[in-house]
Design a protein around this ligand. Sequence first.
Ligand SMILES: CC(C)(COP(=O)(O)OP(=O)(O)OC[C@H]1O[C@@H](n2cnc3c(N)ncnc32)[C@H](O)[C@@H]1OP(=O)(O)O)[C@@H](O)C(=O)NCCC(=O)NCCS
Length: 268
Amino acid sequence: MALSTEAHWNQTEEDWALLLEQADPWGLELPDAGVVATAVGWDLSPASTWINMVLVTESCRGRGYARRLMQAVLERARDRGMAAALDATVFGAPVYERLGFAGDDRLVRLKRESAVLKEVEVSGKATVVPMTTGDMAEVEALDLMVLGARRSGMLQCWRERLPRAAWCQRAAGGELIGFVLGRLGRVATQVGPLIAQDIAGARALLGAVLSAGAATMIDVPVKQETLIELLQGEGFRAEREFRRMATVGGQLPSDWSRYFAAAGPDFA
Ligand SMILES: CC(C)(COP(=O)(O)OP(=O)(O)OC[C@H]1O[C@@H](n2cnc3c(N)ncnc32)[C@H](O)[C@@H]1OP(=O)(O)O)[C@@H](O)C(=O)NCCC(=O)NCCS
């Protein structure tokens, strides 16, 4: 928690707890300073482990610690016949390129600082309903179809942690066509994943989730230009970018046309 806070990241103790429970966490410990670096491998599919929480405390950077931890996570993945993927910050990308990661799909983090109580103008909001336990099997199936990887535990956990950010969208026939989830972070509420059939669906789901006034961030694929413009019109500003990178065979087979917001670089 001290490492992610020092880097001004948004994770809470609950986020770390979820990763410690579900993933393969590594730390580098110095006798006099405790854990000074971390990296986590989280198996998202039989082919790919998602690497996150690559952090080195400022005073220990440039000593090869990130590389050593990454090599440990990658070796364990390789032992199980798996490749790897991740979302890189500008600091992380050069480290990962040296380890064979490539990829140019980008996500932009948009953040709205203040309590803007105005609701996003939407149409079709009537088809959006709060997510319940009974929706979870369909939510998990849709997430698997669009992301190309399974993260059932995370989806369940976020619905329970922040039910007011959990919404489903159903077609006239009842079929689940979209959903959104969110979580309370250390500095802001993170909205995402957001999956929808089209921009109208994404707007309707955002209309439900963005009505609360807390500081909010959302990681949108840069290809979703219309959504980015919509959010900028609602007071969101671009804060930084992430690059989705993978080793050979590790790229998730995601349907980017329906992936309107990621869950964050920690949860894909
Ligand atoms: C990114 C971060 C983890 C790197 O940790 P580190 O321990 O300093 O990195 P290493 O010393 O292991 O560097 C590994 C390699 O990448 C290179 N490298 C590291 N940072 C670099 C940078 N900013 N620009 C260019 N090259 C860089 C190193 O020279 C080294 O190259 P080599 O293997 O050829 O010798 C660290 O800067 C950090 O915690 N930053 C803040 C959090 C963050 O953004 N994490 C990445 C999340 S995706």
